[in-house]
Design a binder for this molecule. Sequence first.
Ligand SMILES: *Cc1c(COP(=O)(O)O)cnc(C)c1O
Length: 444
Amino acid sequence: MNGLTINKWCLRYPVLTELMAYRETIWFNPATEEARAALAKTGLGQGDIDAAADRLERFRPFIATAFPETLAEGGLIESPLLPIPHMQAALEKKFRLQLPGRLLLKCDNLLPISGSIKARGGIYEVLKYAEEIALASGLVHGEEDYSVLADDKARAVFASYRIAVGSTGNLGLSIGIIGARFGFKVTVHMSAEARKWKKELLRSHGVEVVEHQGDYSQAVAEGRKQAANDPQCHFVDDENSTDLFLGYAVAAGRLQRQLADLAIPVDGDHPLLVYLPCGVGGGPGGITFGLKHIFGNNVHCFFAEPTHAPCMLLGLCTGLHDAVSIRDFGLNNETAADGLAVSRPSGFIGKIMAPLIDGVFTVSDEEMFRLLSLLADSEEIRMEPSALAGMAGPVRIQQATAYQQEKGLQTMGNTTHIIWGTGGRMVPEVEMIGYYRRGKELAG
Ligand SMILES: *Cc1c(COP(=O)(O)O)cnc(C)c1O
């Protein structure tokens, strides 16, 4: 690790001592830069996000045909943005503090097709691959209605191509379901954390599921290796993919419209704080990228990680990015937040997003479960444990008076907090009841 011992690292960055003790903590990024300047250096721009948004538009007739649940929305894959005043009151009571400002929940748990944030980036990448093949093979020429890509003739073409992906569960679900619908042969390399029901669901769609004993990084490496020998196989690289990243980034423009519909301003006097659960970093990184393009320095983006898998915090804080694993610091990656059980962050995300991520905080599994049942009781909204990591965010920022002063957030009453709820609709009822009970027990 750059020739330094763990002790030396901890002396240099005291937050690492907190991480090593699995203590909940918050790290404010000392290296943030002015948003425009930082975005200009990423090599990707608003034009790239717009191109991704346009592609999703072109595919709406296909999505509406292939997934009738999206018909009412004309094939749009989007989720509601909901005020959660009862949860806000419940958090105030639980933490014995005031939470001025508005609390909203972005309900990606309700996204069609796969019920998680992965229905953004994951599905987008498969659409892009399918479009390339469809254009090259003459199935479409760019102008026609893409619903033709749902028919048998198109399926026969797609059937000679393969897609592979490594996943802790939800990315595999998204890629598997959409890929199988096109007719691709899909292989999902699942890490040890992956829930059994996710594997069974995929197999029921005709997807090949390869189970690995190792963690997420190893499942990805295995998938990459197998796909490398096969020119007809597209590997969805969760650690490095620009397509996934841009698919996630499209969420920002959609959120801007939802905020406008609710007449919620975002400007210098009305800051927006967004809390995003982070695994390898692609989802929260892409969304942050999109939001910073639109709202600049008026949006503050915080990533949330499990105390047992704080890979992005570790990578950003040390500047080592994907050259460091939480295991190097003795952390075990054991968490019920399977969507976040990642030991090594994406180097691609860490490097380009380092000046744009405002901070990272960690949350214990116990706290995620307590917040899960609190949300169910107060708002009757059920999400999976990973999706609750961000819920601690508004409380952490409310307690961070030094950060508020530094960033001119003194008037917290004008603040809008968005908690990104990242998954849960596909969780079987019995599993969800177990999660809920666990949270109630822990709350005592
Ligand atoms: C994948 C996932 C995340 C995090 O996305 P990354 O791209 O891995 O950082 C958060 N929540 C849920 C439920 C997920 O499935």
